[in-house]
Design a protein around this ligand. Sequence first.
Ligand code: FMN
Length: 181
Amino acid sequence: MTDKVKGMGISGSYGNESNNSKLVKLGLEVLSNLGAETYFWDLNEKPLPLVGEEGSWENKNVAEFQNLATEVNAYLLSSPEYHGCMSGVMKNQLDWIYNKHVGGKAFALMSTLGGQSNSNTLNQMRIAVRWIHGWAIPEQIAVPNIKEAFNDDGLLNDEKLIERLENTMKALFDAALMLKK
Ligand SMILES: Cc1cc2nc3c(=O)[nH]c(=O)nc-3n(C[C@H](O)[C@H](O)[C@H](O)COP(=O)(O)O)c2cc1C
């Protein structure tokens, strides 16, 4: 048991400049300002193989990913919507973590869309999180028209969205403390 919140950010798209990675990093910054220790899993630096790919069960990045997932007590997920679903990149990352790593711990969910807002990807991630025995908080964020969402400084244009991100991170922080694991 701990009174410290440790947050792990997982992006469903590659690259530090992808919109989902930027969104996760903004969220982690809010979490850090609340007093959490935060970690962003950088897939470019430490790619994860597909689950079941030859040699994947012994892959050292997978072991590190699972160890970090075990170490922390809050998870921030953000996935792009692809064909009405979470990205394969996000699903593969979720497929590498199980109850023994994340069970009983708090999750926050976000998604980005090229088009209009919907909850497809959020709902799919919520199901996957339930299957690994995580507790997904009710607050969630879908960012529509993602190409217009960020300004040149990498900040969100929409003030309501900034407020929603702050509220969601506060809810994640509180849930992590409440679940205390
Ligand atoms: C294969 C593919 C499928 C996509 N399908 C959808 C979709 O179903 N609905 C939608 O609004 N946007 C769709 N998009 C747009 C992505 O959601 C958008 O590019 C993404 O959220 C941007 O995030 P990123 O910069 O992190 O990749 C799709 C993009 C790709 C590449």
